[in-house]
Design a protein around this ligand. Sequence first.
Ligand code: KIV
Length: 293
Amino acid sequence: MSGTGPEETSPYGSGSAAPRPQEATATPRRVRIPHLHEMKARGQRWAMLTAYDMYAAEIFDEAGIPVLLVGDSAGNNVYGYETTVPVTLEEMVPLVRAVATATRRALVVADLPFGSYGASVEQGFASAVRLMKEGRAHAVKLEGGAAMVPLVRALTGAGIPVMAHLGFTPQSEHQLGGYRVQGRGDAADALVADALALQGAGAFSVVLEMVPAPVAERVTKELDIPTIGIGAGAGTDAQVLVWSDFAGLRSGRSPRFVKKYADLRGTLLDAARAYAADVESGAFPDAGHSFES
Ligand code: KIV
């Protein structure tokens, strides 16, 4: 690379030729589906986070988060859409590849976006294969109950692990009439039946979104596979949060089930304002950030 002095690291960060800090350490063991089942058997709870890019994936992997989900929540968190509905497979694949390439330990699950699997088993199979081959995902996630059983059978039969998603399923928000808790009252039995059907078809885990805590606990007790809750109380085997929510990047009100573990929005606002002020005053760049002739 011409113009790069020996004392300089790549200006483009660790995505280019610069070695990553973890490369000095031994390769950690990749989290596999049997590990998640062992954790359920031991009663060991675990955390899942979404990730959509290399740096977030690297950081969460280093923090020991065992499962990273490249969710179609990329619609609201990367692409600026109001819902997940417009997200396409073409938009998912590069995000999945970035996350899968950046992780050394985490199991990477990729969401099948709306419209990429609902038409037929053949359509869903072809879409899942793209997420595995082009995105290098280790598993796929899909939304829906017993109607998804034939697709889940076909995928798992072909070696593609499937995470199911029940309760509030954002891809169906127009059908469900908006963000509403699902599985209340009489609907609880149907939710349990869906979960059992998906487990029977070979799903390795089930996300339960916006489900009353006692119902999520009941599903968790009835299933052998792990349940992953979001707005489903403390009785599930695992929890998931959207990373921009948990890190405080989003503006405005968060859903009730989100706990903020950082204020990245505030930190970045302060940093951007300080940088702009330094440029305006001439304090940046100083001699320490300039090259001599
Ligand atoms: O897309 C997503 O991020 C999800 C999680 C909220 C489970 O489906």
